[in-house]
Design a binder for this molecule. Sequence first.
Ligand code: GLY
Length: 352
Amino acid sequence: MEVIIIGGGLIGLSIAFELIERGVKITIIEKDKIGKGASWAAGGMLAPQSEGLDGEFLNFCLESRNLYGDFIKRIEEKTLKETGYWKCGILKLAFSKEEAQKIKQDVERFKRLGLPALWLDRKALEKEYKNLGDEVIGGALYKEDSQVDNRKLCNALANYVKQNAKVLENTKVLKIDDKNGKFNKLITDKGEFKADLCVLSAGAWSGEILDIPVFPLKGEMLALDIQKDEIDKVLYSSKSYLIPRRDFHRLVVGATQENVGFKGGNTAYGTLKLLKGSINTLKNLAYKNIQELWFGYRPSTPDELPLLGNSGIENLVLATGHHRNGILLAPITAEVPHPNLTKVIYSPHTLR
Ligand code: GLY
């Protein structure tokens, strides 16, 4: 069996990893370099509770969070690379009475679902955080929300996939050709490719390849130079999120969210917003050096739900539109329950 994967971000690489493990022959077609794009730009939070998700989509995201430990174990064993997966917990902070009320409601909702969630008032938080911003009222501790170092994970998978699959970088897809409603071939600027199945996982660029409602949602990011082990949890709020990397002098700060197409660059406004968000959360961050500025494009959809599974063209499946949750949803998107892929809708969880 041969599968073409369009797009070598974390989703495409994770799908490739699972299929290679099942003996499938893979070709990855990537317009740039594999393991980059939004997967490289992301913060790596695994945060279904902190993101305040609900309903069927919450369950889907929780299932993927539950798969993460085993997913990482298998990748680390195969690649002999460490990925910075850290069950550090996430504190969701409130900066106003309205935010506190909403977060407390979430805490109660999660408790009813049997999920760990604990409201901590300012006094309790001050015991742990000496430099807490003056406006922080309190926050919810979601101890099952976690993080992975998305860049390390991408590097590990990119190396593995390069050794175990055909990878064509700097290759632009010109057309997905179908015959009688069935995937026929992929036409690229480097030639044409046939396969039994084609997976579209081209992130924010998916809507330029196929007529599907996926569009870029830009996010600006920066990193501050903190002491190793200075912060032990992700601190998340409406102002910013602060992600300390484990055993590492680095605090990843995210993210803006702007619908400006593929407009590039870090703006003064975006940088100011992220810096203010960090300093309003922990005052001493004002004195930290800036390590890096970068940006990326989330693959978003009008209803903010991913497009997974049947594309309407036989043997062309979708694995895109993950909006803010692509790193979290990599394991469940890549799950392949049946070895005979031609007979099943690719994803066991079609949300539409
Ligand atoms: N996952 C957080 C973000 O997209 O900014």
